[in-house]
Design a protein around this ligand. Structure first.
Ligand code: ZN
Length: 460
């Protein structure tokens, strides 16, 4: 009898706990976007075997050090660049002339640091021109082709750079292959940077060029160290999570931008953070068994990446990196020491994991590239004290006409968007207080492809 009562109590407690957990989960859930069938199709075409073949080929150049030979046909950065170029040209054949390929050469003067003498470098770029001539948006996906050994100045030793960063370049190339034959209103740029390890030279060159030429660059996705799922140091194995780093306060923030940030409390809503959140929402909607972990910092300690020069020029740019890095297989001469194999070798990579990370990039780029322009003049009306939220905005002046808008909402302490309201009109009243939630507005097409969210500014 006594025992029975106890188990009944335990059962009640368990049920209560379960109910509580369910409620908590429901509150914390993030909204996932709808799926565009065409994007699902593209995602299904990503092949782990292709990615492996691409990385194997890059490793075969023995070193891709920025200061290595450019005249040898089989070895060094020159041969590697030529090969990436020729692959891009193959993909271009399926594009009906819309994919153009370019070796963007530039000279870096001796810098007294990691470039001892004036050196010609080159980014290999493939540009898929937007199908809508009135759409001037540009989206970049990039990774660095150059590699290094233990000594960053050593241009002779083997530097296979399988994971750092042939993995990222393989993502870029596989995406170009699949996307070249498809239509996107926005222009997509696929780039293999050079000079990353010597000081982010390739990405700085392209970021400055984008600024000077006035590109309407809406997003830059950097992929660096994305294909290994195991850390020997910690024994942690994780092939279901990937990190996306994004700056909090923009590198180019002005006094005026800072004032607005303080007014809104929007230190967690920089353009780059908004892009990272979009990547999480979109990637997780399309790809099974992958979680995008938002890294609330521009990069890891002691490390930099090719997104940084884009941030410095005022563009939204993020970095994807695997969950558990293995530092025995990065920036290390290939050698065995005390029974441990060092070096950035292909045998330590996980190509199924790399396939999923490719898919997150592809879904993000495709969704953004097909979405309408973002809404304009997005405002939250602060004229009255009310427990509801009045939002107004304008249809984008350019690009295709949106089918409607998503109003996104989250608690101020939540990292992700939690509720989504579809609105046909360019204004709405939401039955939640603007004091207790953050809001943003996206323009969306009929297939569910949404623009980047725009954070409203106060208006009366
Ligand atoms: Zn790297």
């Amino acid at each position: 009898m006594h025992k029975n009562t106890l188990s009944k109590r335990l059962l009640t407690l368990l049920l209560l706990l379960l109910a509580f957990t369910a409620t908590t989960t429901a509150t914390l859930a993030q909204v996932n976007d709808n799926q565009d069938e065409e994007i699902t199709k593209m995602v299904s075409e990503i092949s782990a075997q292709n990615l492996r073949a691409l990385v194997e080929k890059m490793v075969s150049f023995e070193t891709r050090h920025t200061l290595s030979t450019t005249t040898d046909k089989k070895r060094g950065i020159g041969a590697a660049r030529e090969w990436v170029m020729s692959e891009f040209e193959k993909y271009a054949k399926a594009s009906g002339g819309r994919l153009t390929v370019e070796m963007d050469r530039f000279v870096i003067k001796a810098d007294g640091r990691r470039v001892p003498q004036d050196t010609e470098m080159a980014n290999v770029m493939a540009t898929l021109k937007g199908s809508d001539p009135n759409d001037n948006r540009v989206i970049i996906v990039g990774a660095h082709l150059d590699s290094r050994a233990t000594d960053v100045m050593d241009a002779k030793s083997k530097a296979p750079g399988a994971n750092d960063d042939a993995s990222g370049v393989a993502i870029v190339m596989e995406m170009a292959r699949i996307m070249a034959s498809r239509q996107f209103p926005a222009t997509l740029v696929f780039v293999a940077f050079q000079g990353e390890e010597q000081g982010l030279y390739g990405s700085r060159h392209l970021a400055e060029r984008a600024k000077q030429e006035g590109w309407n660059l809406v997003a830059m996705l950097n992929n660096d160290i994305v294909g290994n799922s195991y850390s020997g140091e910690t024994g942690l194995h994780d092939n279901t999570r990937v990190r996306v780093f994004s700056e909090g306060t923009p590198a180019n923030e002005t006094e005026e931008m800072a004032r607005l940030r303080r007014t809104l409390g929007s230190e967690n809503d920089s353009p780059s953070r908004t892009l990272a959140r979009y990547m999480k929402m979109t990637g997780e909607a399309y790809i099974d068994q992958i979680e995008v972990v938002l890294g609330y910092r521009a990069d890891r300690f002691l490390r930099g990446g090719d997104h940084t020069p884009f941030n410095q020029q005022g563009f939204a740019a993020v970095r994807m990196s695997e969950m558990n890095e293995d530092f025995d297989h990065q920036h290390q001469n290939v050698r065995v020491e005390n029974g441990t194999q060092y070096g950035d070798l292909i045998e330590f990579m996980d190509f199924e994991y790399l396939r999923k990370n490719t898919a997150v990039n592809l879904a993000t780029m495709a969704s953004l590239g097909r979405a309408p322009y973002a809404p304009e003049a997005v405002s939250v009306i602060t004229a009255n004290l009310t427990n509801k939220t009045d939002l107004t905005w304008q249809a984008p002046a350019k690009g295709k006409k949106p089918a409607g808008y998503y109003v996104l909402m989250r608690e101020t302490s939540s990292p992700v968007w939690q509720k989504k309201f579809f609105v046909k009109d360019t204004k709405t009243t939401i039955g939640y207080s603007k004091d207790n939630y953050f809001f943003a507005v996206q323009a969306v097409d009929a297939a569910g492809n949404a623009s980047l969210p725009v954070i409203p500014v106060p208006a009366r």
